[in-house]
Design a protein around this ligand. Structure first.
Ligand code: NAD
Ligand code: TYD
Length: 352
């Protein structure tokens, strides 16, 4: 029997690697193709435990290369696409917006074109699943939550590029009838996240006794979800989501940055055997991020009600597992912070 071929893009990145692992292990009857350009954020070491699996193949390719993407669809007859590849860091989008336009907008349209051309004779049993972010809804200022019906109001070059890609996915569904689902998730945390994002950056800095750069007053609010729970949600949306629908995914787990940072500091003091209060002394308030969104908060009731998803981990348990992972995988951290990382860090934080 031929296995069902599924293309996962961005599978060497943070969330993508958890999705690839889940699908490779849970679905031996699928063949999982992981397409990734291996940018600074892509790391095949995230997948060493499954790289030899018979139902897994890695493909190094750039989504911006339309011809390469077209020919991959001709060669492999993918039946499903789960599209996670993206430039994903807001601070980088402020310094280099065009990288975000190329990968997130042009790359997504290239992928849509390739899927449309390969599938147009028969859209049965095909699905293009676009993984997006809650940041497309903008910034909440007074209570309330993001619903699937909340109007888009992106505020950063990153969220504008993701919003644009979401619009293209819906436009291709409406115009060409390509079967699609979209999900918009809140902030993820967990193993294998590149240490430019808040939680792994601060864990690494605490370990190395480096300052913890808190933007502005630390009052911004984010809604945090353990990455494996996002991967489980993606599995459910892929298999049970309705064609053309959008699902918001979030943990009902809001924290101001400063409160979250204090939890990380306290847990790190315990894990490293330091006197309570030691890590908090590293907190350093720095110039705020330009256009910094105040609050994100997802209402995830639709996916809970319609697909039966719910987060499996409480935040306290998730953050402890996360810190344990970074402390026991110091080599992973050392590898990803070698090379260009020092330049990136100096450029971003040197002048704040
Ligand atoms: P990441 O930056 O860790 O990984 C992105 C991956 O995409 C990397 O492996 C990179 O090599 C690959 N990639 C980048 N440009 C590419 C290109 N042109 N061609 C092929 N591959 C390319 O990102 P992440 O945090 O894992 O996010 C994955 C997806 O989930 C993104 O679409 C992001 O917008 C979305 N998302 C992320 C979060 C979060 O908190 N991290 C929350 C909601 C949604
Ligand atoms: P981040 O992990 O970059 O995710 P996002 O901007 O997509 O929400 O940042 C999470 C929050 O932490 C955000 O409000 C910005 C803030 N932050 C800092 O205060 N200092 C930092 O060094 C970083 C990277 C983020």
């Amino acid at each position: 029997m031929t296995k069902k071929s599924i293309l996962i893009t961005g599978g060497a990145g943070f969330i993508g690697s958890h999705v690839v692992r889940l699908f490779v292990q849970k679905y031996p009857d699928y063949h999982i193709f992981n397409l990734d350009k291996l940018t600074y954020a892509g790391n095949l070491k995230n997948l060493t435990d499954i790289e030899q699996a018979p139902n897994y193949t890695f493909i190094k390719a750039d989504l911006v290369d339309a011809l390469a993407i077209e020919s991959l669809f001709q060669k492999h007859q993918f039946e499903g696409v789960i599209h996670l590849a993206a430039e994903s860091h807001v601070d980088r989008s402020i310094t280099n917006p065009m990288d975000f336009v190329m990968t997130n907008v042009v790359g997504t349209v290239n992928l849509l074109n390739a899927a449309k051309n390969a599938w147009k004779a028969d859209f049965n049993n095909k699905l293009f699943y676009h993984v997006s972010t809650d940041e497309v809804y903008g910034s909440l200022h007074d209570g309330g939550f993001f619903l699937e019906t909340t109007p888009y109001d992106p505020q950063s070059p990153y969220s504008a590029s993701k919003a644009s890609s979401d619009h293209f996915v819906r436009a291709y569904h409406n115009t060409y009838k390509i079967p699609v689902v979209i999900s918009n998730c809140s902030n993820n945390y967990g193993p294998n996240q590149f240490p430019e994002k808040l939680i792994p950056l601060f864990i690494n800095n605490i370990r190395n006794n480096k300052p913890l750069p808190v933007y502005g007053k630390g009052e911004n609010v984010r809604d945090w979800l353990y990455v494996v729970d996002h991967a489980r949600a993606i599995d459910m949306v892929y298999h049970k989501g309705k064609n053309g629908e959008t699902y918001n995914i979030g943990g009902f787990n809001e924290w101001t940055n400063i409160d979250l940072i204090k939890v990380v500091c306290k847990t790190m003091d315990v894990k490293l055997g330091r006197t309570p209060g030691t890590s908090e002394q590293l907190i350093t308030y720095v110039t705020d991020r330009a256009g910094h969104d105040l609050r994100y908060a997802i209402d995830a009731q639709k996916i809970m009600r319609e697909l039966g998803w719910e987060p499996s981990l409480q935040f306290e348990e998730g953050i402890e597992k996360t810190i344990d992972w970074y402390l026991t995988n110091q080599q992973w951290m050392d590898e990803v912070t070698s090379g260009d990382y020092a330049n990136y860090y100096d450029n971003l934080y040197g002048n704040r």
